[in-house]
Design a protein around this ligand. Sequence first.
Ligand code: ADP
Ligand code: MG
Length: 344
Amino acid sequence: MNASEKTAITALGKFRLIDRLAEIVELKQPSTVKGIGDDAAVIRYENAETVVSAELFLEGVHFDLTYTPLKHLGYKLVTAGVSDIYAMNATPRQILLSIGLSKRFFVEDVEELYAGVKIACERYGLELAGGDTTTSLTGLALHITAIGEAPKEKLTYRSGGKKTDLLCLTGDLGAAYMGLQLLEREKRVFDGNPQKQPQLEGFDYILQRHLKPEARKDIIAALAQQHIVPTSMIDVSNGLASDALHLCRQSKCGVRIYLERLPISSETFRFADEIHIDAVTAALHGGDDYELLFTVPVSLYDTICKELPDVDVIGHLCDASEGAYLLTPDNQAVALTAQGWKAD
Ligand code: ADP
Ligand code: MG
């Protein structure tokens, strides 16, 4: 659809736009007492702690609309929001979504964004309970508040790790960063020669990891099924190195991570090779992985290996005085440092 066929937001007006957005979602959660339509949403959880988290996404800083479809962006925003709730071992139930729109955006664009939000809401079993809509002078600004619940005894903080605990990680690392590098490379090629078609074949996995990441709802369910409450947990969104350091600092422990145990996909290795980047560096510092890093007592080693799908034991905590190190296969110890590649 080109711009001349689209509906200007001013033609519809803010309130009718919100009405249209409200139609996209269905209210099913018993805990949503009041959703969109009043001055505030009303939420009630029985016998549970309320968990709340926020994420801000700015055009040009966190996403680039030249290669990010709005539907994917909507999905990713919800993933980022709920990932923090899962990292507390909690269940997300509602989101609030606020948008700042510049004149470049039409009603259909906002609906496309919300189509992605809707798919994610269904996937994670939650609902849109409100938000705010305003004008932006620069680009698209998106803010999500995710709200969830957990019984007090299941809530998992960053601070509960003990010095002999195993360090466990879901999924694999560095792929989202590599997907971003691939898209940025093709954007540069296109900017130089708009006739050229992007070369994205063979890299579906890393592209999907950047454009449409998934939060680990499945792992939270698997942990519950095994009656495992991790001693500590964090979601890996800034890179393993910096997030592992957060976890150990708050748990007042040191850490040992074994380099050969870092899960890295073959596509990540292949593209890292192609652009002469070290895949391990991408795994340690890449960010945007939305995987879960958690600790459990060492007695759970067999259960973790046998019963939890897609989880690797990548190291262990130790005494704080022993520091935080990555151990290479030839037994060198490299100090972990938090050098995220992105501004945040
Ligand atoms: P107020 O002027 O009190 O802030 P609004 O007109 O902004 O009220 O919002 C009216 C209702 O619409 C509220 O329930 C609000 O949560 C909801 N809402 C506003 N913008 C959005 C949005 N972008 N997405 C979802 N709900 C929204
Ligand atoms: Mg408002």
